[in-house]
Ligand binder design. Sequence first.
Ligand SMILES: Nc1nc2c(ncn2[C@@H]2O[C@H](COP(=O)(O)OP(=O)(O)OP(=O)(O)O)[C@@H](O)[C@H]2O)c(=O)[nH]1
Ligand SMILES: [Mg+2]
Length: 323
Amino acid sequence: MVDVAGLVEQAREGRPRAVARLISLVEGASPQLREVMAALAPLTGGAYVVGLTGSPGVGKSTSTSALVTAYRKAGKRVGVLAVDPSSPFSGGALLGDRVRMSEHASDPGVYIRSMATRGHLGGLAWAAPQAIRVLDAAGCEVILVETVGVGQSEVEIAAQADTSVVLLAPGMGDGIQAAKAGILEIGDVYVVNKADRDGADATARELNHMLGLGESREPGDWRPPIVKTVAARSEGIDEVIEALDKHRAWMEERGVLAARRGRRAAGEIENIALTALRSRIGDLRGDRRLDALAERVADGTLDPYAAADELIAGLTGDGGSGA
Ligand SMILES: Nc1nc2c(ncn2[C@@H]2O[C@H](COP(=O)(O)OP(=O)(O)OP(=O)(O)O)[C@@H](O)[C@H]2O)c(=O)[nH]1
Ligand SMILES: [Mg+2]
């Protein structure tokens, strides 16, 4: 058993080992997570969470590293969470990222962690918010969340962030076409990285055109800016931060930040509840209550919907401990 109170106290002081252990408890879906989350809850809510998504190789890690440098210069404590939804192991795919992040390795004001989520009950949507909470409680003022490799979870990651940054680069497939219509709905800030390459202006123009289509914005609505960067040389990074600051201020002014966080919390509760229900229903195989209902459905004295209602009522009535 882990001394949760002690770990949380140490994490709160920003001790990296304690933060690492707590995130490992999340990753390993530890039975003590319930206790951890209860201890963390009053310490959270201070962090600004920025998600970075985009096709493999577009420059997410390079941009993240440059953003860390800029935020550190501004005196902010920064957390970086690299999430790998395709792997059950943290480490492997992230080796390159470690190299890219190595300049921050000895900075006590930066906490960098990779996390694998495949194979977990509830996966990314379940694990990421809890890891974010650990970093938040540890005093990170800004948390940058990067999805590694495959872009399949872009939308899921965007749902975890206060502000979503979508990165594109020239010459990657068919420009925006390749970037799927989906990204046009999730980006709060767009970055055309690798602006040192041919085609960056064309990509930005095309993106601008696509963003202008379809939506008739009201005055005062957020119009996602497009920022060109050369992340490898830290060019344009200050403009990205400026765009993030503006978006955050706009969200606060309009109550959007609170609404987003509320939606996020609702999604999190739903995920935990569904996971708990699923595991209790799993436990019911061979249970007398289920067998009795099954008999009645099989002989036609009860319909399956009514049986399911009865089953659920029974599950929620007995106050089991859940997942
Ligand atoms: N020319 C150029 N290359 C860049 C720039 N930014 C990043 N790169 C290079 O692009 C490659 C991929 O960069 P990463 O930051 O690892 O990209 P990523 O999006 O994190 O990649 P995955 O995590 O694998 O999805 C590396 O070789 C970088 O050095 C840039 O602005 N210009
Ligand atoms: Mg990366």
